[in-house]
Design a protein. Structure first.
Length: 184
């Protein structure tokens, strides 16, 4: 006896649903740290690949980020993301430096976790407009001449899969104050 077309379609749908569930749980603890850097091997668009990532996206901004930072000073930052098509959103922020320490992030926001110079949301924020997250950044240790902040945000459709989501990227360069960083 041969399966009917209807039975074959149901079996295919079940197999695809099982595959989507496995993919959705690929990182149950959240995206890998550092995924905000679009050049990283494991970046946000490595998993959310349905749509072309939006690079240098004007939908992303960081309020409170100085053009020039002073060492050992706290900067209160607000990460903002605006995408009317997003049902839910999340973010990752990574501070990097090639010639020194990029600082550390802290957050009192229950929806944000930090580890050293990296920060990310841990729960999807309701989308459909602008969402924001708050954190504090402090440059510590041997100071870099400049720091690059990589910011990524997902405009997700809330189906708990990587399909149908768009990733936005933007980077920001912050110079270090020469007098405060020990450079002359």
């Amino acid at each position: 006896m041969y399966p009917t077309a209807d039975a074959a379609a149901r079996a295919l749908a079940a197999a695809l649903a099982a595959l989507a569930a496995q993919v959705a749980c690929a990182y149950p603890e959240g995206a890998p740290w550092g995924a905000a850097d679009p050049q990283a091997d494991e970046n946000c668009s490595s998993c959310h690949y349905d749509y072309e990532p939006q690079r240098d996206s004007a939908a992303l901004c960081i309020d409170g980020l100085p053009d020039t930072a002073v060492a050992d000073r706290d900067y209160e930052l607000t990460v903002r993301f605006s995408d009317d098509a997003a049902a839910v959103s999340g973010f990752q922020l990574l501070a990097t430096a090639t010639d020194g320490v990029a600082g550390v992030f802290r957050s009192a926001d229950a929806d944000v976790e930090t580890i050293g110079a990296a920060s990310r949301s841990i729960r999807p924020a309701a989308g459909g407009g602008e969402v924001s997250w708050t954190l504090t950044w402090r440059v510590t240790g041997p100071h870099a001449r400049s720091i690059v902040m990589y910011l990524a945000a997902s405009a997700a459709n809330d189906d708990r899969s990587p399909f149908g989501d768009t990733i936005h990227y933007r980077s920001f360069v912050v110079a270090m104050d020469d007098e405060e960083s020990g450079e002359h």
